[in-house]
Every structure is written in structure tokens, then in C-alpha cells.
Design a protein around this ligand. Structure first.
Ligand code: PMV
Length: 359
């Protein structure tokens, strides 16, 4: 599939006004995307668990406009007008206009809410951008009833990617691959595809408890971080490692071999942060408490013969991953030994989910 196939081939009779609403989840990468080229294209393939409880709900109200402004919209977060979000949306509209030519014909009211606290350090870009992409595409689908479900999902992921790379993996569940890889049928740099081979039962309800170590503003945004991979001395090796880890994790997701799963997932998390620490300029996003938690997890895994492990995204928070049958014990461990390292003792219990939903 080429970009051009996402450009509507004819103009449709669009409604005068209306509204659509979608909820879309966040995702946590097992094999990480870090480094991009062109227009939001990944330098390596990645795979993520779609989450269930961490999500964004977006309502898009649209009305044919009469203003001369190219894009006319207003954004509300939790009912409050949030002008600080508008430059990002403007940029997103610029990028996707070619694929959604009706954008310039409407005034949009975008009302959005996250299920997780704002400034919790949990990135809302994956769930937020995918929810908005789904709403906009739903508007096109209303006028084009011939659009297949498969095309809808591909184009939604394609558009979401143009808002935020990892958002491409938030449309479907429970495991999504983004980035072309010979081991994954139909995989693409343009959009995410569901990992459709038989996934082992243990991963169908895998748990992810997110420990909120640092809720502050990140010192380095992921846009800057991705760009620092351009002249990074270890970049090419890192892209090879990620593609190789993707190939290694696929049979593990089918066999349910949790020791191999743990090894790949933790190596990926630490490699991601090693790239940050060896960029020019270098930076560190983990905090002392991130390391305290990692050491406690390793100690617990050893003494309790547990299958608990961790992963990290581009921040200090720790995603604690474990099979559902260990839930009660791991939650006790978190409450007794890890909450002290979390800001205000905050953590969020999530698990693998199945993708976005219209409301
Ligand atoms: O989607 P972005 O540009 O915010 O990049 C996210 C990158 C990581 O979260 C660190 C890894 C990933 O694959 O999600």
C-alpha cells in the first residue's frame, strides 16, 4: 500500500454538520521505536501491547464553516478550552489535509478527555492522536459507505501515525506491529497491523501496572529524542537489534515462553534509554527511583520465582508487566515495596486491551 491510496479518489457529498465520538487506548511497546525518517516513518519495526484502561475519549463536532481561516477548530480538555494543544493539532491538520481534503470545509469542536490524570507522565499522544484520527476518518466514512473495515483501520492508523508515530499502534489490539519486517505478513512503515498469528493465552490478559515515578514535564521531548538518532554513533546497530528482537519475540508470543519474553522486553527498555544516554547531546529520562524499582523487581523475580518484568517508555515511569495469575501477589508487592518510590504513591492498573471503539 502506498501513501497515494489514502487520498480519496473522488469528492463525496458530506454532511452539513454532525458529531462523532471514539475512545482509543494507549499502548506500551515491547520492542521500541526510536528513530525516524521522512514523514514519521520508523527506522525499525516495533510491537506493542494495546492497553485497556489508559485511553482518550474524543468527541468531534463539525459544521460547514464560513470563516476564511484555512483550518478552523477549538480544543477542549475535560471541558476547558485548551489553546496550548492547538499548535500540535494545526500541524497534524497540515500533515493529513492531503488525505482528508474536507478538513478545510468545516469548523471543528474537539472535546477530549483522558482516563488517566493529565501530567501523570503517561503520554497521551498515542491515545489522543488515534482518537482524533478515528473521528476524522469516521466523518469521511459517513459519506463513503463503500469503505471496508480493513481500509478504515489501515487509514486510521496511517493518519494517527502522522500525529504521533506510536499512535499508529493504538487502533487495534491486542498486539500491533508497526514497521516493515519480513517476519510479519503485510507489515508496513505506513500503518500498524494486528499481529494475527495465534497468540498464547497468557498474553491475552497480561497485566501492566504503571508506576508514576515522575509526573513532571520531560526535559527532552520524544521529537527531539528521535532526531538525535540521526547522527548517533550506535544508531544502525540499534535498528538491527530492534528488528532482530522483533523476530525473536514473535515465536515467544506464540509459545508463551515467559523467560524469553522477559529477556527481550527488559533489554529493549534498557537499550532505548542507553540510546538517550549516548546521544549528542546526551540526556537521562530515568530517575533514581526508576532504578530502585528495577532492582526491587529483579530481587522479587529471583526470590519468588516470579515472571514479573518491567519496561519503560520515554520517561521515568515504570510499566510492571506480569501474567494475570500473579496479579494478587504482585499487587501486594507493589503496595508493600514499590509505592514509596512513586510520586504521591500513584500507580495505574492496566492490562492488555483490544483496540479503539466508536461510542
Ligand atoms: O510516538 P512518539 O514519537 O512519542 O515515540 C514514542 C517512542 C517510545 O514510546 C519511546 C517507544 C515506542 O515504540 O512507543
Amino acid at each position: 500500500m502506498q501513501e497515494q491510496q489514502f487520498i480519496p479518489s473522488k469528492s463525496y457529498q458530506l454532511p452539513e454538520k454532525g458529531e462523532v465520538k471514539w475512545e482509543s487506548p494507549s499502548n506500551i511497546a515491547l520492542v521500541k521505536y526510536w528513530g525516524k525518517y521522512g514523514e514519521q516513518l520508523p527506522k525499525n519495526s516495533s510491537i506493542s501491547f494495546t492497553l485497556s484502561h489508559c485511553k482518550t475519549t474524543t468527541q468531534l463536532s463539525y459544521q460547514k464553516k464560513n470563516s476564511s481561516k484555512k483550518f478552523s477548530f477549538e480544543v477542549y480538555l475535560d471541558g476547558n478550552r485548551t489553546e496550548s494543544f492547538e499548535p500540535k493539532i494545526e500541524k497534524f491538520f497540515e500533515r493529513v489535509e492531503k488525505y482528508l481534503p474536507f478538513l478545510t470545509e468545516y469548523h471543528f469542536k474537539i472535546e477530549t478527555q483522558n482516563s488517566f490524570p493529565h501530567s501523570s507522565g503517561i503520554a497521551s499522544s498515542a491515545s489522543g492522536m488515534s482518537a482524533l484520527a478515528l473521528c476524522l476518518l469516521q466523518l469521511e466514512r459517513q459519506a463513503n459507505s463503500a469503505m471496508t473495515e480493513e481500509f478504515f483501520n489501515q487509514k486510521a492508523s496511517f493518519l494517527a501515525r502522522l500525529g504521533s508515530g506510536s499512535a499508529a499502534r493504538s487502533i487495534k489490539g491486542n498486539l500491533v506491529v508497526w514497521g516493515e519486517h519480513t517476519a510479519v505478513n503485510k507489515s508496513s512503515n505506513l500503518y500498524g497491523v494486528e499481529f494475527s498469528d495465534k497468540v498464547h493465552e497468557v498474553f491475552k490478559n497480561y497485566q501492566d501496572t504503571i508506576l508514576l515515578v515522575d509526573r513532571g514535564e520531560k526535559q527532552v521531548s520524544s521529537t527531539v529524542g528521535h532526531n538525535l538518532m540521526h547522527n548517533h554513533p550506535f544508531a544502525e546497530q540499534r535498528f538491527l537489534q530492534a528488528n532482530s528482537n522483533l523476530e525473536k519475540i514473535l515465536p515467544v508470543l506464540q509459545s508463551g515462553n515467559l523467560d524469553d519474553f522477559i529477556f527481550i522486553v527488559e533489554q529493549e527498555a534498557l537499550s532505548l534509554h542507553a540510546m538517550m544516554m549516548s546521544s549528542s547531546p546526551y540526556f537521562i529520562l530515568i530517575k533514581p527511583n526508576t532504578l530502585e524499582i528495577i532492582n526491587k523487581i529483579w530481587e522479587y523475580r529471583e526470590t519468588h520465582k516470579s515472571k514479573i518484568c518491567f519496561t519503560l517508555d520515554a520517561g521515568a515511569n515504570v510499566h510492571v508487566l506480569y501474567p494475570e495469575n500473579e496479579k494478587a501477589k504482585v499487587l501486594d508487592f507493589i503496595k508493600n515495596q514499590l509505592v514509596g518510590y512513586c510520586q504521591k504513591g500513584m500507580y495505574i492498573c492496566d492490562e492488555v486491551g483490544f483496540g479503539a471503539k466508536p461510542l
